[in-house]
Write a protein that binds this ligand. Structure first.
Ligand SMILES: [Zn+2]
Length: 350
């Protein structure tokens, strides 16, 4: 049996909303009368540009053509999550799917500023409480924490407001802030203040960069935002000085192969960017990003990487995920032992 089928798995880059089962999305959207594809009105165009939409098929509601259109589906999913019960169901089904794949640990993104953009009256704390109750129910088989995404599309002021909210949620396993959304139009430097605030509050800081923009975005995420990990980061490969910077500072890259193919982030000259980054001395983890929206899973991403780079490389990336996580030292030791046991079982000679 391949290592990917039995090795314990870690999510360091997974958006909880992007893990909503397609059938649940269609059911909730139907219940609330929410279209399966978000269409921004004139006032909302600044946040969500709508170009060349793909026809929607309810049997395949997550099909899209490009990154902008993907963001519109993510928006539609967020519109269909309207109360704490919906968020509880999202988390409950996520946990079931995760345990079925032997996930033992996850730091999951949630995007409260997207929730409240569509549902201004939503009680964010109540929704996070509902999510966390389900995530905690997975212990001791799996441990999960949350990272709140500040969402570039809404600009720096709203990011700061979200960071202030996030700082009040630390008792609910919210351990950090992230920065996803439209990287091309909203570069890292815009969010320096919100990130400085979050870090001063003792929150961890991670950022998507080098996905829809180039190496300079990765450099700024490291040097301006002081991101402790980079989401994707693959476009740093176009400037080896930036790759060297990440390697020197020990800033890991969370590489999400299927996501990168489907959003157009992938670089044709680097078909296996995780290998190229690892060879350049960077720490690499393998992640699923928005697994159901991309028609994948963490197990499928591991299998894909094992097929391309080999079992030893996969084992290394999984060990990297343990080390690059924000888990407490004792939990890290437990996670590392579980990963080592699976590797030893497969290859007792090691
Ligand atoms: Zn992401």
């Amino acid at each position: 049996m391949n290592l990917s089928a039995r090795i314990p798995k870690l999510h360091l880059h997974c958006h909880l909303e992007g893990a909503l089962r397609a059938t649940t999305f269609v059911e909730l959207a139907d219940r609330y009368g929410v279209p399966l594809r978000y269409r921004p009105d004139a006032a909302e165009q600044a946040a969500f540009a709508d170009e060349a939409p793909t026809p929607v098929d309810p049997a395949d509601p997550y099909r899209f053509a490009d990154f902008r259109e993907f963001l519109l589906i993510f928006a539609a999913v967020s519109r269909a999550l309207q109360c704490p019960d919906d968020h509880a169901r999202l988390a409950r089904e996520f946990v079931a799917d995760a345990l079925a794949q032997q996930v033992i640990y996850g730091e999951l993104f949630v995007s409260p500023s997207v929730w409240t953009f569509f549902h201004p009256q939503l009680d964010v704390r109540a929704c996070v409480e509902a999510i966390v109750a389900e995530l905690r129910a997975a212990r001791p088989r799996a441990h999960f924490a949350l990272i709140a995404d500040l969402t570039r599309n809404f600009g720096p002021e709203r990011a700061m407001a979200t960071a202030r909210t996030v700082a009040t949620l630390r008792d609910l396993d919210v351990i950090g802030v992230g920065l996803g959304g439209d990287e091309a139009r909203f570069p890292p430097a815009l969010f320096a203040e919100a990130f400085a605030f979050a870090r001063a509050q003792g929150l961890h800081a991670v950022a998507h960069a080098g996905e829809a923009a180039g190496p300079e975005s990765v450099r700024d995420a490291i040097e301006v935002l002081h991101a402790e990990r980079i989401g994707h980061g693959i476009r740093a490969l176009r400037d080896l000085a930036v790759v060297a910077l990440a390697a020197e500072r020990g800033v890991p890259f969370e590489v999400c192969p299927t996501s990168n193919d489907l959003t157009g982030a992938a670089l044709p000259e680097f078909p296996h960017p995780y290998v190229a980054l690892a060879e350049a001395g960077c720490t690499v983890t393998i992640d699923a990003d928005d697994p159901t929206l991309f028609g994948t899973s963490i197990a499928q991403e591991y299998a894909r990487v094992e097929a391309a780079a080999g079992s030893a490389a996969l084992a290394g990336y999984v060990r990297n995920a343990v080390a690059a996580s924000f888990a407490a030292p004792e939990l890290k030791r437990t996670l590392a032992a579980q990963v080592d046991a699976a590797c030893a079982e497969l290859d007792p000679v090691r």
